[in-house]
Each structure stands twice: as structure tokens, then as C-alpha cells.
Write a protein that binds this ligand. Structure first.
Ligand SMILES: CC(C)(COP(=O)(O)OP(=O)(O)OC[C@H]1O[C@@H](n2cnc3c(N)ncnc32)[C@H](O)[C@@H]1OP(=O)(O)O)[C@@H](O)C(=O)NCCC(=O)NCCS
Length: 154
């Protein structure tokens, strides 16, 4: 059975579900306060994939400065992966990017094959490498960007 969910703006009602996923995915995770601050920040967009019963299946965060976007977060409940949720979340920001931004950038652990696969599938390309960016894991970060053609700009 395909997963059924809606993509909705994240609000405080999603925080419990978001934090549960966050803590399984990231070390260290964003704290509740970081999410609350992001929800109050006009430069940050947060979206959630929400099942019919209200359960959070995944979420993503984009921050924007002028015409540059940064994907600050994307995560999907481990029980719901490989079913297109991450792709649908990211496509929301890519649609926004094509309309309003020059490019979208992100950092990812060099060994995070799932995330890199997702980003490459949706058009991101490696733009740089930060050596030993995650010292505890002795891992580099890849800097990846998706560029958006600027139609009608000289
Ligand atoms: C990365 C993540 C968000 C992907 O979410 P997802 O819902 O499972 O991804 P999707 O089902 O939408 O997959 C879309 C594409 O991503 C790639 N992909 C996803 N998981 C993959 C995996 N385990 N290995 C290789 N490629 C993978 C594939 O290209 C896939 O397309 P396909 O299904 O046609 O092959 C999820 O693995 C996750 O939450 N990881 C932990 C948090 C994290 O690392 N976030 C990124 C931090 S930079």
C-alpha cells in the first residue's frame, strides 16, 4: 500500500513527532528550542509530511538569504524510507528555488549514501569538500548545490 500523507507547513503540533525522528537520525540532534526558533524565523521554511492520523513521517528545513537557499535539514522516519517521502519534501524546496533563488546549497557527510543519492537524483552536484568537517566520525562533508537558471535576467 502506498504511503498516504500531506506536505504541510510545520508548526508546534508537529514538534513531538519531529523530535522523535530527529533524535534517531542526527548526533547531535537539533533541540526543541532550535526548532521553535526556526518556526519563528521568517527566513526559515519548515515543512512536514503528515499522515492522515497526524503522525509525522518526515520534515525538512530551508533557510534563505537574498537569492541563496540552504537546505538545513531533511529527515524521514526510518520506518517510512524508500517510499518517496524525502524526494517529495525536497521537491517542494526545489520548486520554490526555481521560482525565487539562484541556487540551493547543502552539506552532507561523505558517507551518507542515501542522502547523496537523493540529492543527485534531484539535480544537486558536488561543489566542494570540507575535510574532516565531522571530526567525531572522521568524515568529510560534501558541499552540494543545485543551480537555477535565471530566466529574463541580463
Ligand atoms: C536521506 C533521506 C531523507 C531519504 O529519504 P527517503 O524518503 O528514504 O528517500 P526517497 O524514498 O524519497 O528516495 C529518493 C531517492 O533517494 C535515493 N536514495 C534514498 N535512499 C537511498 C539509499 N538508502 N541508498 C541509495 N540511494 C537512496 C534514491 O535515488 C531514491 O530514488 P529511488 O527510490 O528512485 O531509487 C533518509 O534516508 C533519511 O532521513 N536519512 C537520515 C537523515 C539524513 O541523513 N538526512 C540528510 C542529512 S544531509
Amino acid at each position: 500500500m502506498p504511503l498516504r500523507y500531506d506536505l504541510v507547513p510545520m508548526d508546534r503540533s508537529h514538534l513531538e513527532g519531529v523530535l522523535a525522528i530527529e533524535r534517531t537520525c542526527f548526533h547531535p540532534p537539533w533541540s526543541e528550542q532550535v526548532f521553535v526558533d526556526a518556526l519563528c524565523n521568517d527566513a526559515v521554511s519548515l515543512i512536514a509530511a503528515q499522515a492522515g492520523d497526524g503522525r509525522v513521517l518526515g520534515y525538512a528545513a530551508l533557510s534563505v538569504v537574498l537569492d541563496e537557499g540552504s537546505l538545513d535539514k531533511i529527515a524521514v522516519d526510518p520506518a517510512c524510507r524508500r517510499q518517496g517521502v524525502g524526494e517529495e519534501l525536497l521537491k517542494v524546496f526545489l520548486r520554490f528555488g526555481r521560482a525565487h533563488l539562484a541556487f540551493l546549497t547543502l552539506e552532507v557527510r561523505a558517507g551518507n549514501a542515501a542522502a547523496i543519492g537523493l540529492y543527485e537524483k534531484l539535480g544537486f552536484r558536488q561543489a566542494g569538500r570540507r575535510k574532516n568537517y565531522y571530526p567525531q566520525e572522521h568524515e568529510d562533508a560534501l558541499l552540494m548545490t543545485a543551480q537555477f537558471p535565471r530566466i529574463g535576467v541580463d
